[in-house]
Design a protein around this ligand. Sequence first.
Ligand SMILES: NC(=O)c1ccc[n+]([C@@H]2O[C@H](COP(=O)([O-])OP(=O)(O)OC[C@H]3O[C@@H](n4cnc5c(N)ncnc54)[C@H](O)[C@@H]3O)[C@@H](O)[C@H]2O)c1
Length: 284
Amino acid sequence: MAYDLTGKVVAITGAGSGLAQAMTIGLAEAGATVVALDVSESNLSETMNMAASSGASGNICPHVFDVSDEAYCSGAVSFALRECGGLHGVINCAGLGMNFLDPDFHSRPVRFWEADTVRWNKIIDVNLRGPFLLAKAAAPHLLEQKWGRIVNVTTSFNTMIRGANMPYGQTKAGLEAATNGWSEDLEGTGVTANVLIPGGAADTRMIPKESPYDRSKLVKPQVMIAPARWLFSSDSDGVNGMRFIGRDWDPDANWRDAMKAAGAPVAWPDLAAGAKAGQPAKMT
Ligand SMILES: NC(=O)c1ccc[n+]([C@@H]2O[C@H](COP(=O)([O-])OP(=O)(O)OC[C@H]3O[C@@H](n4cnc5c(N)ncnc54)[C@H](O)[C@@H]3O)[C@@H](O)[C@H]2O)c1
């Protein structure tokens, strides 16, 4: 399904690489104005160069920023409103992987007691605290506008709980839980909170060249584009507290069929669905 997102302004973190880079270019090609946020100026330049080849760079406002810093997050919202024509939502995609904790983590698993505390803190700051800071900064404007989207990029459930994968896994479990809580806080406001994930290890910088994966089998970052475009269209109005898997989203299908195939309630579905229906939790 093709969408014309002209007039929509979307802020994306981590826009200089990987999944967010693909969504930045894909949303800009669909006509949206994209506020491309990244701590790395050289990564942002790479995105702008790639977007230039498809003529979409004119729709992208690059902005160097650190998602773990509250002043940068409120500054990014002001920048979007002042310089980019508004703000219709944020995609929290910037993240640090286990390679930030230890570049050799693929060959030598890092147990939790071996983790460097400063690096551990930074992963929590970027992956978990950062999405909160940006969503908090954006929420007042989105609520006043009575239309908006918060899209959080988490990960597969097994990745959240695997050994030798902390604190990466726990940040993503925390963000998944937060998305359910935020969706309840936002219910009925016109602003929604949902999760979007690729659906497996994806071919980005986060998966280093030395990793044991067959790169040809990694999920392509471009699987994020079609569901991201839909999430910023009016077709997804009222879709709140859901989790979408990019790999399972058929870009050629009717959006209702694509949503059904790729979507489920966010977080731990039995618990979240039960809580929404006012039923007692099955687990404590
Ligand atoms: N690659 C995968 O297999 C995979 C799978 C599931 C989920 N994810 C999640 O998707 C998101 C994107 O991952 P990716 O694979 O595209 O990673 P990537 O490493 O290719 O890109 C991450 C980007 O985030 C930026 N960044 C890092 N710290 C930042 C900060 N403090 N402020 C602003 N920007 C910052 C980096 O400069 C980089 O451009 C992450 O949250 C990741 O956890 C990735």
